[in-house]
Design a protein around this ligand. Structure first.
Ligand SMILES: C[S@@+](CC[C@H](N)C(=O)[O-])C[C@H]1O[C@@H](n2cnc3c(N)ncnc32)[C@H](O)[C@@H]1O
Length: 252
């Protein structure tokens, strides 16, 4: 793995243990994004993480040579967590906005954009924020995974704004659950003159808490398509997509 000489060890930026009741404990999806970020290091430009959550992906980018670090999250608590993690890296200029997707970033271009969007199709008859339990059982904020009725609400708005924020030879890396239509995502990218490639696919178990959030009948309908069941357990795949402008210079 090639890192720049500016790299600090990850132990420098990670606290010894996560806080109790950690809403922002990174998921398997985040881990896959981290892998791609580390595999492709060093980074040299201006990088953005949309939905920075815990801040771990931005921290990894900061220690991998990125020139400027920008984060956006809609949750004030996530913004505080990300800023705290990045403050341990005084030599890397960083800014973390609290806002809705591209709204705080008018006119800004990036060399790398990463996003692990909320993409769970959720039922909306459960009243106020109920949250879903994360990998270690901590309660998630609903915004962590709520992708609306089809899971696509946040992703579609992200894609709509992406071309205006990717520098000409820039790259975006996003996670994409198999229960959202990949064909629809590729279609939306294509009409915006973007091209995408699946660079990684991972199979993960779906937690009981996530299964409880699903719309009625969704699991039965999807069981023949994007999720599969073995005994009492349910699994799904997710991909990491690499996205570029269609006119970008091909990678050698
Ligand atoms: C699946 S989590 C990924 C978090 C992050 N990658 C990590 O591992 O800590 C999705 C993140 O997107 C944020 N989010 C949800 N809707 C958003 C929106 N409209 N604009 C900005 N951030 C949003 C959530 O608060 C959450 O932090």
């Amino acid at each position: 793995m090639a890192f720049s000489s500016r790299r600090l060890p990850m132990s420098h930026v990670l606290p010894a243990s996560p806080p109790d009741g950690d809403h922002f404990r990174p998921s398997e999806y985040t881990a896959a994004l981290l892998r791609q970020v580390r595999l492709r290091a060093p980074w040299h430009g201006r990088v953005l993480e949309m939905g920075s959550g815990s801040g771990v992906v931005l921290a990894a980018l900061a220690v991998s040579g990125a020139r400027q670090i920008v984060g956006v999250d809609i949750e004030p608590e996530a913004v505080r967590r990300t800023r705290a993690l990045l403050e341990a890296l005084p030599m890397v200029p960083s800014i973390v906005h609290c806002g809705d997707l591209w709204e705080p970033l008018a006119g800004e271009l990036f060399d790398l954009v990463v996003f692990n969007p909320p993409q769970l199709p959720v039922r909306h008859d459960t009243g106020d924020v109920t949250g879903t339990a994360g990998a270690a059982g901590a309660i998630r904020l609903r915004s962590w995974s709520d992708g609306g009725a089809l899971g696509r609400d946040v992703l579609d708005r992200f894609i709509a704004g992406l071309p205006g924020h990717l520098a000409p030879d820039a790259l975006a890396l996003i996670t994409h659950s198999s229960f959202m239509s990949l064909e629809e995502t590729l279609r939306q990218l294509e009409i915006r003159s973007l091209r995408a490639e699946v660079v990684e696919t991972v199979t993960v178990p779906m937690s009981d808490a996530k299964l409880r959030q699903l719309p009625p009948g969704w699991l039965e309908q999807q069981s023949r398509q994007s999720v599969y069941r073995i005994g009492p357990y349910v699994f799904c795949d997710f991909h990491v997509l690499e996205i570029r402008h269609a006119a970008a210079t091909p990678i050698q």
